[in-house]
Design a protein around this ligand. Structure first.
Ligand code: GLN
Length: 225
């Protein structure tokens, strides 16, 4: 029987814009190639959640309304997500999910959604110029092609701690000013790329390898108890 890799999809029913669930499907396919089955749990409103039960966390994009609903529930999980990230475990956050890692998101209605405040970044909505279209950018793993659709502009509050995921060739990425796409911190990637982003096999394989490593570490910890 093959081993089971456990993936938590945070608020899958609410945070899933422009094909983001495809990211998890692509990872499941690549992990199957390596001999692993995957179990994907939708961690939705009011559910219990311990990040350390999982080998990978995925947080997809969402529109402002869904984000405001998720925000009412999310703070309960702040500590376990923070500890998981600090323990070098892998996580991929897209668009709204990426924005949630930061301090706050100022919405179209002028309302401020308190985010997890795990990483030093913040996002401000600008209604007059939605960033929409194809993107292309360079990353550590090569060129990535994707699609973006957001009005939130994300800025880092600590540029030593957070590194951009990529440098723009086409499109906007984090904001119209800096020509940078997404964020990296430890084994967390935040990105505005939909499409899904992991149709870019270079990035998908790099993340799949991190997941296998995290899985082996989790099993070793469990077996030593
Ligand atoms: N509502 C957010 C924005 O417009 C996120 C959009 C998304 O996740 N696609 O910036």
């Amino acid at each position: 029987m093959s081993e089971i890799i456990k993936i938590a999809y945070l608020y899958e029913d609410l945070m899933n814009t422009y094909g983001d669930s495809g990211d998890v499907k692509i990872l499941s396919f690549l992990l199957k190639e390596q001999g692993y089955d995957t179990q994907v749990d939708n961690i939705s409103l009011d559910m219990d959640f311990n990040a350390f039960d999982y080998d990978f966390l995925f947080f997809g994009g969402g529109q402002d309304f869904e984000q405001s609903v998720v925000a009412t529930d999310l703070q309960r999980h702040r500590q376990t997500i923070k500890d998981y990230i600090e323990a070098d475990k892998p996580m991929l956050c897209i668009c709204g999910g990426y924005q949630f890692l930061g301090k706050y998101y100022q919405t179209s209605g002028g309302e401020t959604i308190q985010c997890l405040d795990i990483l030093p970044l913040h996002t401000v909505f600008k209604a007059d110029s939605r960033m929409i279209g194809d993107t292309e950018y360079k990353t550590e793993w090569g060129t990535v092609k994707a699609f973006e659709n957001h009005s939130g502009r994300t800025y880092f509050d600590d540029k030593k701690m957070l590194k951009p995921f990529g440098t723009m060739i086409q499109g906007y990425g984090n904001n119209p000013d800096e020509k940078q796409e997404g964020m990296r911190y430890k084994n967390v990637i935040g990105s505005y790329s939909h499409g899904p982003i992991l149709k870019n096999e270079n990035v998908a394989r790099a993340i799949a390898d991190k997941i296998v490593q995290a899985h082996k570490e989790r099993l070793a910890t469990t077996n030593n108890k």
